[in-house]
Design a protein around this ligand. Structure first.
Ligand SMILES: Cc1ncc(COP(=O)(O)O)c(C=O)c1O
Length: 482
């Protein structure tokens, strides 16, 4: 994609789309935001969007849809079995992801459930570059364990490494030798590794993983939920692919995996998900589980309208100007906050800008959840809803002990084509004010902790009256501004 240069040399991302449908936003007063935090247990998942100004919780199901996606939804063919909409989607999967056999599921975690049900047995180990919350929960639910095999540089916050999502090949082989290939149902590679800051792997690394999978006769499973963004960064950062198209890079990646699964909420800016493969035996092994858990094989729990939107959305991932919008806004925000001294995950990845709460809140011990506290504080002073990606998002071990996360991050998601640059500048302004006043932020403790995926519905409370002190300072600096 050609860079668009500005006469005055300012380097800002330029939107290559226009806004045709809008939704009104509300910035409620800070007093109401405090009430909303108490009502939602200081958990940003539990906020009502009527109290949220900029919703940077996630890109899942929140990317803007295109005119063509909306138009396609109008021609949806409603049928329990054999819907034409499904066949259009099946063709899109084959054209874009290069896989002949496609099983529809209602969202990404449903694919994880089916794969874990089919392949994971008690005592198994699944090596992966890094876990995603729902992938890990399903694997452990079926009695398996995970092994995270990133290189050390993946954990370096202030880094310039282009591929922090790479899997450590030496460790992978070592772990296979220790645990035995027969105890490993599959190797999992996640595109644009979500929980370490949306960091990509290189195709060379994936080729190396493939070689090990072949050597030990293991299945290689790709989580392609953020495949488009990983492919975009491969074009930007991996010399061999600098002149390749999105389609070529995406199919080079998917071609190296035996099984590809995805959340369509992310990959194709719609709802739904899927599992696809070129291996008929694998297809047969998984096929029966779709009607059991999801719905008939030609809808898999997805509405036909969304199936149409997914098909068009998949083709649209081939458009670099669409995929690049979010990463270029993220890079802008990361660089701007970095310039204010806010510790950010670098290099800028995809999906969102990631603030290092471990450094911002180095006065809050991990047992008081610094990332959860920072996410709550940011919402309080700005109406911006980010997501905690730290120890609250971790699950307890099999003995019920807390496991502390490697990183305490607050993710400020930038869904595709949703925010304007002035909104991003507001995020920069409020986050840098909060950084300057970070000592006023205090910790959190659980008052209600669900047994699985506790971060979704868990309830917390502040360990002191720090929210009130933060409000007092906000009023001092901003007067009666919202
Ligand atoms: C990398 C990755 N895998 C899987 C999932 C799960 O997908 P879903 O939310 O559609 O169940 C997500 C969701 O955010 C994800 O980011």
């Amino acid at each position: 994609m050609k860079e668009i240069k500005f006469y005055h040399g300012e380097n800002i991302p330029l939107e290559l789309h226009k806004v045709r449908v809008v939704q009104k936003l509300h910035l409620v007063p800070i007093e109401r935001r405090l009430e909303a935090l108490y009502e939602g247990g200081f958990n940003t998942f539990r906020l009502n969007t009527k109290d949220v100004f900029l919703d940077m919780l996630t890109d899942s199901g929140t990317n803007a849809m295109s005119d063509n996606q909306l138009a396609a939804m109008m021609q949806a063919d409603d049928a329990y079995a054999g819907s034409q909409s499904f066949y259009r989607l099946q063709k899109a999967v084959e054209d874009v992801l290069g896989k002949k056999y496609y099983l529809p599921v209602h969202q990404g975690r449903a694919a994880e459930n089916i794969l874990s049900n089919a392949y994971v047995r008690k005592g198994n180990l699944v090596p992966m570059n890094y876990h995603f919350t729902t992938a890990m929960a399903h694997i452990t639910q079926y009695g398996g364990k995970i092994a995270e095999l990133l290189y050390d540089e993946a954990y370096v916050i202030n880094s310039s490494h282009p591929f922090k999502g790479n899997m450590n090949i030496e460790k992978l082989e070592e772990i296979i030798k220790i645990h035995g290939a027969k105890n490993i149902p599959f190797i999992r590679m996640e595109a644009s590794t979500n929980l370490i800051g949306g960091q990509p792997f290189s195709i060379q690394n994936l080729r190396d993983v493939r070689a090990i999978a072949d050597k030990y006769n293991l299945r290689l499973v790709l989580d392609a939920s953020l495949l488009g963004e990983n492919a975009y960064l491969v074009i930007q950062r991996e010399e061999e692919f600098k002149n390749s198209s999105m389609g070529e890079v995406m199919q080079t990646i998917t071609g190296l995996a035996d099984i590809v699964y995805f959340s369509a909420r992310k990959l194709s800016s719609s709802r739904g998900g899927g599992i696809c493969t070129n291996n008929f035996e694998i297809y047969r092994e998984l096929e029966a589980l779709v009607p059991l858990f999801e719905g008939f094989l030609t809808y898999g729990g997805i509405s036909v309208r969304e199936i149409e939107a997914m098909a068009v959305g998949l083709y649209e991932t081939l458009d670099e100007t669409m995929i690049s919008q979010s990463p270029s806004f993220i890079a802008y925000l990361v660089n701007a906050l970095d310039a204010h001294g806010v510790p950010m995950i670098k290099p800028a990845g995809v999906l969102g800008a990631h603030v290092d709460a471990m450094q911002v809140c180095d006065h809050i011990p991990q047992k008081e959840y610094p990332a959860g506290a920072l996410a709550a504080a940011l919402y309080l002073i700005s109406g911006i809803r980010g997501m905690e990606r730290g120890s609250i998002s971790n699950q307890r071990d099999e003995y019920g002990n807390e496991t502390y996360a490697d990183m305490e991050l607050v993710r400020l998601a930038v869904p595709r084509r949703v925010f304007t640059l002035s909104q991003i500048k507001y995020v920069e302004d409020r986050m840098s004010w909060l950084y300057d006043n970070r000592r006023l932020i205090g910790g959190l403790r659980f008052v209600y902790e669900p047994p699985v995926l506790r971060f979704f519905m868990g309830g917390l409370e502040p360990v002191s009256d720090w929210p009130e002190k933060l409000i007092a300072k906000f009023k001092e600096d901003f007067g009666d501004s919202l």
